[in-house]
Design a protein around this ligand. Structure first.
Ligand code: G
Ligand code: G
Ligand code: MN
Ligand code: NA
Length: 255
């Protein structure tokens, strides 16, 4: 079987081969982990792992991404609802593609899931890369505005490595800039990265955006980001993406 057919089958079976991992995002203003990024994982029944880089790309090429993202939205909102009823208010960010935003069924599905699981829209962030935001401009921007009107937050993922001009940046209906990890991985060692990150945080704040750094791998970088007034930090220094139960264990021992 082709990988893409196996993926389709895994989605239909929903037998645990596909699951979501949750990576903590530290709110640097409060010092609390109040948010996660949800990242899909696939462990085939034969024990092999398939990289999301590979199968997300294949899913985008084949159009299966629309169905996959619907599954992701359902699973993540269900989880956030379960946590809420257990007394834990945890925000979650979901990665989506240009095709999802263009799909007229995406917003109603999201709205349904929020209603069914009693999850306030402001607990959910939609992450889109620059490339995904730029695809089908006008229509995409209108769809993002409709999502924003629902109350979900919009984040521009992998910021700084794509083609978003500053002129476009001010036009996009976003709430958050997520600095690409290439600027963060060696932040502690690189004067240039420090200049870029500090400037982007200032720019983001002056445009009214929250700024997130991903790829924080050491405590020196975390300290620098705090000094630079970055709003959220995410990376292996805090935790790798973890299955829900492991994330909750991690959270219990984090302080
Ligand atoms: O998680 P890493 O965890 O290796 O993810 C690799 C790539 O796959 C990243 O670019 C990430 O945005 C993307 N990705 C991970 N999970 C999802 C998902 O649920 N949906 C989409 N569209 N992309 C995802
Ligand atoms: O959606 P996005 O492309 O931003 O996905 C984030 C990717 O970065 C995922 O593949 C995730 O597993 C990975 N990641 C998260 N934290 C770190 C980190 O500290 N270092 C590195 N190298 N990768 C990270
Ligand atoms: Mn992301
Ligand atoms: Na990304």
């Amino acid at each position: 079987l082709e990988i893409i057919d196996e993926l389709k089958q895994a989605l239909q079976l929903d037998d645990g081969q596909l699951f979501m991992a949750y990576q903590p995002k530290l709110n640097m203003n409060s010092g609390q982990v109040d948010k996660v990024e949800a990242l899909i994982r696939w462990k085939r029944n034969n024990g092999d792992w398939v990289s999301p880089e590979l199968f997300i790309d294949l899913a985008e090429q084949s159009g299966l991404i629309v169905e996959l993202t619907k599954w992701v939205v359902r699973v993540v909102i269900t989880q956030v609802g379960v946590w809420l009823r257990e007394g834990l208010t945890m925000k979650a960010a979901i990665n989506v593609s240009a095709q999802d935003i263009a799909d007229s069924a995406f917003l109603p599905h999201l709205e349904d899931m929020l209603a069914i699981h009693g999850v306030p829209a402001n607990l959910i962030t939609i992450e889109l890369t620059e490339r995904d935001m730029i695809e089908n401009e006008e229509r995409g921007i209108n769809a993002l505005k409709a999502l924003k009107a629902l109350g979900v937050m919009i984040s521009l993922d992998d910021y700084g490595v794509g083609q978003t001009s500053l002129g476009r940046l001010k036009m996009l209906p976003i709430d958050e800039l997520k600095l690409d990890k290439v600027f963060i991985l060696k932040l502690n060692e690189s004067h240039q990265d420090q200049c870029i990150v500090q400037s982007t945080i200032s720019l983001g704040h002056q445009l009214g955006f929250s700024v997130v750094s991903e790829g924080v791998e050491n405590s020196e970088s975390l300290t620098l980001l705090k000094q630079m007034r970055c709003d959220y930090a995410q990376g292996y220094h805090l935790s790798r993406p973890l299955p829900a139960k492991e994330f909750i264990n991690w959270l219990g021992s984090y302080h």
